[in-house]
Design a protein around this ligand. Structure first.
Ligand SMILES: Nc1ncnc2c1ncn2[C@@H]1O[C@H](COP(=O)(O)OP(=O)(O)OP(=O)(O)O)[C@@H](O)[C@H]1O
Ligand SMILES: C[C@@](O)(CCO)CC(=O)[O-]
Length: 444
């Protein structure tokens, strides 16, 4: 079993697609992917993604292996891939044609693209069962977290990736993280067309990063923010679903119509992220009551949101949340992720009375919004191998049935979460734990 987190973009969504800087942090909400052997004589490959109602099988021998093995064009697990090969996508499309709905189709496309490059015709028949506690299409990086899981699971299964072990050096762990991230980026391209790579990068490495990809033909610069402060954040879901691909395409269309104006908005967003980064890195930074640092970060959140509205990626429900928070006077709010619905973040003022926050909670829930309790800056991709859980004080192999039967987010977390199984020899292992928290690294 592998697992990877969702993320929150604190500053710089959308502008990051155009080479500007963004700051993002891993969430404690995570996706979990279990790989189990399929016994019997049929050589099948089964995808079970119950969160989106996808349950589909293919015969391994009927997959377009030849198209994916053309000498000179074939990609390997160690290659960096910057764009999808349309011939390969065309070869997969007939295999997903009878899967209903775009949400399921693109998830299956991402899996098959990665499987056909990273997998093998001779691989054992397997089922890939995925459950996630990251809300889908809500701006919290659900697609990146599943792409990271698929990338890690396939490379582990094919033996091209080492699980973290105590003697693994930081540079070995970093190389494994880069390989996971490279192929997770491919999954993201299958799901939402033109990703910047920030979501899969933070989901792979965990913690918090400053991300910038000034030149799309070169790897991004990724600075690990080891001193990322524990900011008091409120995370609220409008529960209005939307597609990242559509929102990113909308900004591109605005750019083509009003080029210099839109460019100057994107430049200003870059300045916002750079300024926020310098505030966070200030050795005197403090987020306590009365701190001018927090006010400045909050103002930058407000300005960033205003610019996102001008790009056309807000939504009346996001504006309603902002109105309720502003009325309560408890902090500064912006959309996070692609917008168009999805989630907002509010940087809370530290001196707010609890009764005011409680009143706000009631108002938000009366209007159908959902508040998440989550922490930022957690672990990136991890592996549980062997996949053993603790049931009634006994160690038992996690079966697909058991995994599917766990009820809701709490059931899944209670069975396989890091909180339930811990870290170490018999629990979850994270490559990121072997990489120095102080290092500035490039994950791509
Ligand atoms: N739990 C899941 N099971 C299967 N597929 C999923 C799951 N979560 C996400 N996906 C895939 O990812 C897609 C959602 O990706 P999208 O990029 O639109 O939203 P997001 O990643 O949640 O938001 P953002 O990119 O703004 O952070 C879904 O359409 C689906 O194909
Ligand atoms: C909207 C966007 O900037 C963030 C989505 O989480 C898209 C991307 O960076 O790929």
């Amino acid at each position: 079993m592998v697992s990877a987190p969702g993320k929150v973009i604190v500053y710089g969504e959308h502008s990051v697609v155009y080479g500007k800087a963004a700051i993002a942090a891993a969430l404690s909400l995570r996706s979990y992917l279990l790989v189990t052997p399929l016994l019997g004589i049929t050589r099948k490959l089964t995808l079970r993604f119950p969160d989106i109602g996808l349950d589909h099988s293919w015969h391994i021998d009927s997959l377009p292996w030849d198209t994916f093995s053309v000498p000179g064009e074939k990609k390997f697990y160690f290659d960096a891939v910057e764009r999808l090969d349309t011939n390969l996508v065309d070869a997969i499309n007939p295999l997903v044609a009878d899967i209903p709905g775009n949400v399921r189709k693109v998830a299956a496309l991402a899996f098959l693209y990665m499987y056909l490059v990273l997998g093998s015709k001779d691989a054992p028949a397997s089922a890939y069962t995925l459950r996630s506690t990251v809300p889908i299409g809500a701006g919290l990086g659900s697609s990146a977290s599943i792409s990271v899981c698929l990338s890690a699971a396939l490379q582990l299964q094919m033996g091209t990736l080492d699980t973290p072990y105590s003697g693994m050096t930081a540079s070995e762990a970093l190389l494994e993280l880069k390989r996971i991230n490279n192929w997770a980026f491919v999954g993201e391209m299958c799901i939402h067309g033109n990703p910047s790579g920030v979501d899969n990068t933070v989901s792979t490495g965990g913690r918090a990063v400053l991300f910038k990809r000034a030149d799309p033909t070169l790897p991004p610069q990724v600075t690990h923010l080891s001193g990322f402060p524990e900011l008091p954040l409120l995370l609220v879901n409008t529960k209005h679903p939307r597609s990242t691909a559509v929102l990113v395409a909308g900004v591109r269309s605005l750019l083509s119509k009003h080029e210099s104006i839109t460019r100057s908005v994107l430049e200003t967003m870059d300045l916002i992220t750079i300024e926020a980064h310098s505030i966070i890195c200030d050795p005197d930074f403090s987020s306590s009551a009365g701190s001018p640092y927090l006010d400045r970060l909050g103002e930058l959140i407000r300005i960033n949101h205003g610019l996102l509205i001008s790009l056309g990626v807000s939504h009346p429900k996001l504006e309603r949340i902002r109105e309720l928070v502003d009325h309560a006077g408890v902090g500064w709010t912006k959309l996070t992720g692609a917008g168009g619905g999805g989630c907002s973040i509010t940087l809370l003022r530290p001196d707010v009375e609890q009764s005011i926050l409680d009143e706000l909670d009631v108002k938000l829930s009366n209007e159908g919004f959902e508040k998440y309790k989550t922490t930022l800056g957690g672990d990136g991709v991890g592996v549980l191998w062997p996949a053993v859980a603790n049931v009634d004080n006994k160690e038992v192999q996690i079966t697909e049935d058991m995994f599917l039967a766990a009820v809701g987010v709490e059931g899944a977390e209670g069975l396989v979460g890091v909180g339930a199984l811990g870290k170490g020899d018999t629990g979850w292992k994270f490559w990121g734990d072997l990489v120095s928290a102080e290092s500035h690294f490039t994950l791509h």
